[in-house]
Design a protein around this ligand. Structure first.
Ligand SMILES: [Zn+2]
Length: 433
């Protein structure tokens, strides 16, 4: 009896040790991912290969390419100590491959004692096509006379499918969109803060392999003069307007300091949100190319691009550019949608107070701000003239008015062009034919 018990215990210990060997040592192969994952590749494209192994860590990663009887190692990297995950970048630029099919073999080895100490090996084979030819672009529209603070629109063709295409202006990228006729159209801004000498829009197209073509096109930068305006910030304005911002800047009790913070930091944050809303624009035009509707019976109070100097008790406290048009009608006047579209945002929007943003597609959007009431919600489809809400003085507004703004890819542009059917016909509508 004792012997049997002893035997069972001995067997259990042995089993435990065996199980321990398999559980405590790493029998799992590393996980391998390759980005980007496209069947066509440009020799210049940067690849990132990642390998992960939570057991014993990554000992080595290598990448080899095979074409005909050529075998070229493009990456061979060992790690000591072995990290749980490792990523390496490489290109095929020096591999000397010809355009056409080739095979890529990615090998990742972990630091396990399995396979007689050689480690567990993952081998990934990919059949890919090398493509070194950038796409060919053709400019289809004629004149591109763009006013400072205004918008240009270009129609063009691209010889193959694109991964990304649009107009580069300074640090900005305005995406172009493929139309049902197979051509592309792109709305691009001439930012009001950019000097005409710096406005050099260029057309960019990147094919699915990552080959990039960048071309200049005929354009003219039309300089504009902007009004200078002084805004007097009074104590009564601070007392009535600043409490709505207390919750965003807890502990900041000095009203003037809070005002300058809101007018700078919150303004910048709101501008970033506009660009985020623009990134979700519809890939087709939701607007019928009719001139935008303006708030009826309204007198303009302030123009787009006004260079504002803010003064408190005779002292300059801030400078900003006014990015819309201020229109004053009756108090609580009904605000119509300037054009058909979809509600991209409805609610409190920082300096704009209660505001509605409409998306008209292809990066074109409008904002209606300082509203007292909002009558629509995010996702609603609206037609030109549908009522979005009522004017008010929420946000940084001294009195009841509508601050109306037009954005192209989130960059605020002059609304005046969009109220002008001739401008639309000559500069935008004919690009869609
Ligand atoms: Zn305004």
């Amino acid at each position: 009896m004792k012997k049997t018990v002893f035997g069972i215990i001995a067997l259990l210990v042995l089993l435990g040790a065996a199980a321990g060997y398999f559980f405590l040592t790493d029998g799992e192969k590393p996980l391998v991912t390759l980005l980007p994952d496209s069947p066509k590749v440009s020799p210049k494209r940067e690849y990132i290969v990642e390998a992960a192994d939570s057991g014993s860590g990554i000992r080595a990663i290598s990448v080899m390419v095979v074409q005909g009887d050529k075998r070229i190692t493009v990456l061979d990297k060992t790690f000591s100590p072995s990290p749980p995950q490792a990523g390496e970048a490489f290109t095929l630029e020096g591999a000397g491959l010809k355009d056409g099919p080739f095979e890529m073999v990615i090998t990742a080895t972990d630091n396990s004692i399995h396979e007689f100490g050689g480690g567990n090996v993952t081998e990934v084979h990919k059949t890919l096509t090398l493509d070194s030819i950038p796409p060919v672009v053709g400019i289809l529209s004629q004149a591109h006379n763009v006013r400072q603070g205004g918008v240009g629109c270009i129609a063009y063709s691209v010889s193959e499918d694109t991964e990304s295409t649009g107009i580069v202006v300074g640090d900005l990228f305005a995406p172009g969109f493929k139309l049902p006729n197979g051509h592309y159209a792109c709305l691009f801004p001439f930012p009001v803060t950019m000097e005409p000498a710096d406005f050099k829009p260029r057309l960019k197209a990147v094919d699915m392999a990552g080959n990039e073509r960048i071309v200049d096109f005929r354009h003219q930068a039309v300089a504009r003069k902007f009004k200078a305006d002084t805004m007097n910030v009074s104590d009564s304005f601070l007392q009535s307007k600043m409490p709505q911002f207390f919750e965003f800047y807890p502990g900041m009790n000095d009203l003037l300091q809070l005002y300058v913070t809101v007018n700078n930091d919150l303004r910048r944050e709101n501008a970033k949100t506009l660009r985020e809303l623009a990134a979700k624009t519809a890939p087709e035009l939701l607007w019928d190319k009719k001139s935008f509707l303006r708030l009826p019976n309204a007198a303009p109070m302030a123009g787009f691009g006004d260079r504002r100097t803010y003064v408190y008790q005779g002292r300059e406290i801030d400078k900003q550019t006014h990015m819309g048009v201020d229109l004053a009608s009756l108090e609580n006047a009904q605000v119509p949608a300037a054009a058909g579209g979809k509600v991209a945002y409805a609610g409190f929007f920082g300096i704009y107070g209660q505001a509605v943003v409409l998306d008209h597609g292809l990066g074109l959007q409008t904002i209606y701000s300082h509203l007292s009431q909002i009558a629509v919600k995010e996702g609603d489809q609206v037609k030109r003239g549908d009522i979005l809400g009522n004017t008010g003085a929420t946000g940084l507004a001294g009195g009841d008015h509508l601050h109306f703004g037009v954005m192209v890819h989130g960059i605020e542009v002059s609304p005046i062009e969009w109220w002008d059917q001739h401008w639309i016909d000559d500069n935008v509508a004919d690009r869609f034919k």
